[in-house]
Design a protein around this ligand. Sequence first.
Ligand SMILES: [Zn+2]
Ligand SMILES: [Zn+2]
Length: 225
Amino acid sequence: MGVLAEGLRELLWPTRCAGCDLPGSLLCDACREAIALVDPTTACERCGAPHGWLVCTECWNSEFPFTDAVSAGLLQAPLSRMVTLHKDSNERRLAEVLAELLAAPVLERGWKPDVVCGVPASKAAIARRGFDHGSALAGALARRLDRPHEQLLTRGRALDQRGLDREQRAVNASDSFQVAAQPLGRDILVVDDVLTTGATLSGAAACLLDAGASRVRTAVVARVW
Ligand SMILES: [Zn+2]
Ligand SMILES: [Zn+2]
C-alpha cells in the first residue's frame, strides 16, 4: 500500500488496538503487558504447557507425533481477541504482531528448522475468510526467524471443524491433511494460531512424518489453559 493510501486509511479508519480498541496502534502498551505469556524456560518442552518443564500434567499420558512444542501465550484476553481479529475480522496486519510474540520462545529454544509451514485452514474456512491465516502467520514467523516458509500441506477435505465434537475433530484433523510439497528428510516447524486438544497439530505432524519428514516441531500463538 502506498504512503498516500495508508495515510487516507489511517484518517478514515484509524488503527485500533486489537486488545482494547484504543486508537493509535495494533497493540497498545497496556494490552501488550496484559498478555499471559508462557515462560519458555519453565514450560513443558514436549507440549508447551506452562510450568511443565519437570513434570507435565498436561501431556504425561499423551502421544504426539511431533517432538517439541512451544506456545507464546495462553488463550485469554487480549491474546484471544488478537487471534480472532486476525483470522475472522480480516485484520491481516496482526500476523506480524502475533509472529513477533511467537518468535520469542522459538528463538529461546534455539530452533533452526529447514522450513516453516503453517497449518492450513480448511477450504471452507479459507473461502469464508478470503485468506489462509495459518499460512500468513507461518510466513511472518519465517521472516522473523530468517528461515524459509513453504506451505507443505493442504487440507484435503472441506469439513469445517466447527460443530464437531472432540472425537470427530480428532478424526477430521488426522485424515484431512495432504502433502502439497516434498517434506522428505526435512526438519519442519509447524505453526498454528490456537492449540485446543492438539489434534490438529498432531494430524499435520503425522502427515508430514508419514511423507518422510525427519522431524516436526510445533509452535502456537495461544493455547487453551
Ligand atoms: Zn490495548
Ligand atoms: Zn507437556
